[in-house]
Design a protein. Sequence first.
Length: 79
Amino acid sequence: MARIYSRKASSDVRRAMKKRKAGTLRSGRSKKKVTSRKQAIAIGLSEARAKGRKVPKKAAKARKTTKKRKTAKKRKARA
């Protein structure tokens, strides 16, 4: 089976995790210190994508479709 994430992408995530543990990993524009493990992984994957590494595309936000469905149900209930 083929790898989903390239080895270079894994090393980018590993580097971000080490920076987080050292307390030097900062988020994008706000430059706030990252303490969340999940956020560190997301930053590593984002940097890997920017470098053109083999990383799957971001998941489509399903939240938008569920909001539309909820409001449509409310409208039907009121009518």
